[in-house]
Ligand binder design. Structure first.
Ligand code: G6Q
Length: 545
């Protein structure tokens, strides 16, 4: 069975939404609360330690129902079954999409090409935990007998962003190991990562699903040379280099022995792979139990997504709202604002997850779409962001739906700071919705003793039109489990969006052309260069040595 291939705009519910939208263009979120005393209840949901408030959005219970109809008509139910059961829904790469099998709460059997993948998942997880345990306890020694103090994750894209984001997110739960991330092919970055490290106590984790990625191979070779230049003994590589990959041959050629290889599978996409052996640096940073808790949080979110009616289904509602803003309100971007420094890299992580997955202009039948897809994702942590780009969110001309993510409890019990943080967290979504009208501005200026002329001059600049939409995700506490659930919710949001837009979310052909041309540029001889466009030729001349 393949995924449904409806054209969303042909569905009856799309037609109904288009009609409905005509009456919603002047919707005032604040007024909706007065008109419908049940609004908060209908448009918010509680699941485990998550409270998700969708009520400060430009929609009504009727909109929600129409969007749910759209999901049903689009065949979301059968698509979810295909997703979880290991069907090859990544059709353009002929692969299953089974990151959910990596965190299955009961280690349920899932079959790919007739083979149950669950035993292999448990085996790799056990290997990761046992290895991490040895490194953390110091029983794994460097070549000179010293315990490991620092880990370097060498990888890029999906082999970097997820582990880096989660290691930062779980800083509170970390052990003594220093964990560093080397991703960019820029040599200066490589040298900056290596600079403080001691080769005798450093462990390199080379993460590359394909083991053919230019950046990762170059960085791994430079790190290997740096290591050997100081240590001088090739046999020492066994104590200091491990690899995560599907490509065992290439790893062998690099000199890493088979017992130091952590396998991954082609049914896990790079940007969804932090739950696999790609998460080894997370497991090293926080230990096996915390890594398991991360998986359990994601597994619980998977269950919620699979079994909760759409009315209360957090990722489904997130995706439906996203479509509503994209395709009806014309919003082009979506801001992610976590009110914690721990999650400061979540926007960058979700940029890849969402934009690489759903930045597609061709539908599942191979036709160019005539409706918008994808979202430009951006954001930063609050309250910092308030002092940076919130001006545009409050008074700019763009419609920017935003997710506000906050935690009720501070990890260090800093109550006075926490109260201030939460006050800002709550006040911002309130301010974005209620705004400030001209009359209030004038009264305030008058109370400040301003003259009538001054009030006339200043007032327009101090008005906030409000009605700016936000979704609040309030979570009890930042734990490995809650971070796992949060990330899994966004993963499923991506899936639902892709189904509704009738696009393939799990390939990324759009990143290939640049790679191909970079290789051509590296190889190009002067004669071939003459065939290039003048701008590219000039840049080549200016950068060649
Ligand atoms: C993610 C992409 C991409 C990938 C990197 C690294 O979904 O596929 O970001 O993760 O290109 O690839 P390797 O792990 O194969 O080096």
């Amino acid at each position: 069975m393949s995924l449904p291939t409806h054209k969303p705009t042909d569905l009856a519910a799309w037609e109904a939404l288009s009609e409905h939208f005509k009456s919603q263009k002047s919707l005032d979120i604040q007024a909706c609360f007065d008109q419908d005393p049940t609004r908060l209840d209908t448009l918010s949901t509680v699941w485990e330690d998550f409270y998700v408030d969708f009520s400060k959005n430009r929609w009504t219970p009727e909109t929600k129902q129409l969007l749910i109809d759209l999901a049903k008509q689009a065949g979301l139910g059968e698509a979810v079954d295909a997703y979880f059961s290991g069907e090859k829904i990544n059709q353009t790469e002929n692969r299953a999409v089974l990151h959910t099998a990596l965190r299955s709460l009961n280690n349920d059997a899932v079959f790919v090409d007739g083979e149950n993948v669950a035993p292999g998942v448990s085996e790799t997880l056990a290997q990761m935990k046992s290895f991490s345990e040895k490194v953390i306890s110091g029983s794994w020694k460097g070549h000179s007998g010293k315990p490991i103090t620092d880990i370097v994750n060498i990888g890029i894209g999906g082999s970097d962003l997820g582990p880096a984001m989660v290691v930062e997110a779980l800083a509170y739960y970390r052990n003594h190991l220093g964990v560093h991330f080397m991703s960019n092919v820029e040599g200066d970055h490589v040298q900056e990562v290596l600079k403080p490290l001691d080769p005798e106590t450093t462990l390199f984790v080379i993460v590359s699903k394909s083991f053919t990625t230019q950046e990762t191979l170059a960085n791994a070779q430079t790190s290997r040379k740096w290591f050997l230049d100081q240590v001088g003994d090739e046999s020492a590589i066994a104590n200091h280099f491990v690899a995560v990959s599907t490509n065992l041959e290439q790893i062998d050629a690099f000199g890493i022995t088979s017992e130091n290889v952590f396998p991954m599978n082609d049914w896990v996409g790079g940007r969804f792979s932090l739950w696999s052996a790609v998460g080894l640096s997370i497991c090293l940073a926080v230990g096996g139990d915390n890594f398991s808790a991360l998986l359990q949080g994601a597994g619980a979110a998977d269950q919620h997504f699979k079994s909760t009616p759409y009315e209360d289904n957090i990722p489904v509602l997130m995706a439906l709202l996203s479509l509503w803003y994209n395709n009806f309100w014309g919003a082009e971007t979506h801001a992610i604002i976590p009110y914690t420094q721990y999650l400061r890299s979540l926007p960058a992580y979700l940029q890849q997850g969402i934009m690489e997955s759903n930045g597609k202009g061709v539908d599942r039948l191979g036709n160019a779409v005539d409706y918008t897809t994808g979202n430009i994702i951006w954001g930063a942590s609050g309250t910092n962001a308030q002092h940076a780009f919130f001006q545009l969110m409050h008074q700019g001309t763009k419609l920017i739906p935003a997710d506000f993510i906050g935690f009720k409890e501070s990890l260090y019990g800093e109550d006075s700071h926490q109260q201030k943080l939460m006050a800002n967290f709550i006040a911002q979504t309130q301010a974005l919705m209620v705004g400030k009208d001209r009359q209030t501005v004038e009264q305030e200026l008058k109370a400040q003793g301003k003259s009538t002329t001054e009030i006339e001059t200043l007032a327009p600049f101090k008005v906030f039109e409000g009605n700016r939409p936000t979704t609040t995700l309030l979570i009890d506490k930042l734990t490995p489990k809650s971070v796992g659930s949060l990330v899994a919710f966004y993963e499923h949001k991506i899936f639902v969006e892709g189904i509704l837009w009738n696009i393939f979310s799990y390939d990324q052909w759009g990143v290939e052309l640049g790679k191909q041309l970079a290789n051509n540029i590296l190889k190009a001889d002067p004669e071939q260069q003459k065939a290039l466009d003048p701008s590219t030729q000039a840049l080549l001349q200016k950068t060649s040595k």
